[in-house]
Design a protein around this ligand. Structure first.
Ligand SMILES: [Fe+2]
Ligand SMILES: [Fe+2]
Length: 192
């Protein structure tokens, strides 16, 4: 069967579209976070957005490798347009990552294996694993952003200013760095 007639070809195209959009949605959240002074939060979200760009590239490359330059691949898919605030954006992102890691990519992997594309199947599973880590990150960021606990802790922990490197152990990060006067938004996050 020609590659462009397989389900795997359409699943790769849908995955490419999904990853591009996830990457862009995350960049939009990152921009809002930066505008509101949350530099390290913004950086972390951008980091995840970059991961999505690379996932998109991997899927794109498989299509080119197996099908050559392809004028048009018809896909019908729904995509979310969610994230009116940083808080909601993080919540919806966690949800989208869960769907990708637990449902969509394992299913695409199964179909690819069934159609005889072992390497593509393995790739879908590898991406699913990354998305499951993204889910953990977004759940953490969502919860702590919502509760205002990104820079507080039950026990004293070390907080570090990402600009000047000043370190300080307390239950709460400085609101203004005593050394370089950077705002709390520059404090290094304690990620899971
Ligand atoms: Fe991804
Ligand atoms: Fe992801």
């Amino acid at each position: 069967m020609e590659f462009n007639l397989t389900k795997t070809c359409r699943n790769l195209a849908a995955s490419f579209a999904g990853e591009c959009q996830a990457g862009m949605r995350y960049q939009l959240i990152a921009k809002d976070a930066l505008n509101q002074g949350y530099k390290t939060l913004s950086d972390e979200i951008k980091h995840i957005a970059k991961n999505e760009t690379y996932h998109a590239k991997v899927f794109f490359d498989y299509i080119i490798q197996n099908n050559g330059n392809t004028k048009n691949i018809e896909i019908t898919n729904g995509f979310p347009f969610e994230g009116d605030t940083i808080e909601n954006g993080l919540m919806f992102a966690a949800d989208a990552e869960a769907k990708e890691s637990d449902l969509i990519y394992p299913e695409y992997a199964r179909i690819a294996a069934e159609e005889g594309f072992k390497e593509i199947s393995d790739t879908f599973l590898r991406v699913a694993e990354v998305e499951s880590h993204h889910r953990i990150m977004f759940e953490y960021l969502y919860k702590n952003f919502k509760e205002g606990t990104l820079f507080t802790s039950d026990k004293p922990i070390e907080y570090e200013c990402t600009n000047c490197g000043f370190r300080f152990t307390a239950k709460q990060a400085f609101s203004v760095c005593p050394l370089c006067k950077s705002s709390q938004g520059f404090v290094k996050l304690h990620l899971p």
